[in-house]
Design a protein around this ligand. Structure first.
Ligand SMILES: [Zn+2]
Length: 333
């Protein structure tokens, strides 16, 4: 079978390899992959800014955003049937540690992929695989950031910095959570336009010198919750000074750059908070499949392109260079 694999040797590279179709062991099934998302984390794995924690060996099939059908059952598997339409949780717990699919073990950028039965999430028949595949991570990460880490309440004024793959879903999900107003901030005019289409009340340019004044004019108090989906140091500095008393800034986008709090005394006096956020729990994925099934959310606008698996490298390049400002490019084996 064809698999897009990351070779981690001295010179990291993504290669299209012909590899044997794996056999499912106990508690596992073989998935016929129908769709797999291309994520910024994949870009970072290839460019070396992210590295696997638990991978054995130095080659891994990428892809942690995966949907398909159950093709073969492993010995003793009774909780799944051949033909079941599923998406796969983006990781699994092994010996107390979280292993990430497509990072610490082979993922779904291939024609077939192994999955432990407890990571299968059934999807409704009317949910296309292209839309289901990126619910784990691209949607579940902002959902967990909003509902768990930030614990956003209805009618709370919120700000979203960075309206790319995560931020665009963040805006939609904040609308569902009842946040108001929702203010989106992004340097790209196309991203700001999209934020308004996805449910933001206002969209501002991060380069606007009057941004803070405009946020306070729109909210009266400042932001109860702000989200950095971009992972950019200057964004964090800008968001902190837009917070309301008791406001919290949630850091979702990843960067190792230092965080500067310009007005430390005010930050303390107003008892504001910085909260780190990473990934999501399995429950966030099942909640989103349920919400999609009951038409509370719609991910059809998130599929920016569907390309053959053999074009994986092109898709990575398009995401990295923000060509056409994609939300999700989906690989189809
Ligand atoms: Zn991802």
């Amino acid at each position: 079978m064809l698999a897009a694999r990351l070779h981690l040797g001295p010179q990291r590279r993504l290669e299209l390899d012909e590899v044997p179709i794996p056999e499912p062991g106990p508690d596992h099934v073989l998935i016929k992959v129908e769709a797999a998302g291309v994520c910024l984390s994949d870009v970072h794995l290839i460019d070396g800014t992210l590295s696997p924690l638990f991978l054995k060996g130095d080659v891994v099939t990428l892809g942690h955003e995966v949907a398909g059908t159950v093709h073969t059952l492993g010995p003793g598997v009774t909780t799944a049937k051949v033909g079941d339409r599923v998406l796969l949780q983006a990781g699994e717990i092994r010996d107390g540690a979280t292993f990430t699919r497509g990072v610490d073990y082979d993922g779904g950028w291939a024609e077939y992929s192994l999955a432990r039965v407890d990571t299968l999430v059934p999807i409704p028949d009317d949910l296309p695989f292209e839309q289901a595949c990126f619910i784990p991570d691209a949607v579940s990460t902002p959902w967990a950031a909003i509902t768990a880490t930030a614990d956003v309440k209805p009618a709370e004024p919120v700000g979203v910095w960075g309206v790319g793959g995560l931020g665009a879903h963040g805006v939609q999900l904040l609308r569902l959570a009842g946040a108001a107003p929702i203010i989106a901030i992004d340097p790209l005019p196309a991203a700001r336009e999209r934020a308004l289409e996805f449910g933001a009340d206002l969209a501002f340019d991060s380069a606007d010198p009057d941004l803070r004044a405009k946020v306070f004019a729109a909210t009266g108090t400042g932001l109860a919750a702000a989200f950095d989906f971009a992972g950019v140091a200057s964004v964090r500095e800008q968001a902190i000074v837009c917070l309301a008393p008791l406001g919290r800034l949630v850091l979702v986008g990843l960067t190792d750059k230092p965080i500067t709090i310009a007005y430390g005394t005010a930050f303390s006096f107003f008892q504001q908070q910085l909260r780190g956020h990473y990934g999501s729990g399995p429950e966030h994925v099942t909640q989103l499949v349920k919400l999609q099934g009951l038409k509370r959310v719609d991910f059809s606008r998130s599929v920016s392109a569907v390309v053959p698996l053999s074009d994986a490298a092109k898709a990575v390049h398009a995401l990295e260079s923000k060509e056409g400002n994609p939300i999700r490019i989906v690989l189809k084996p």
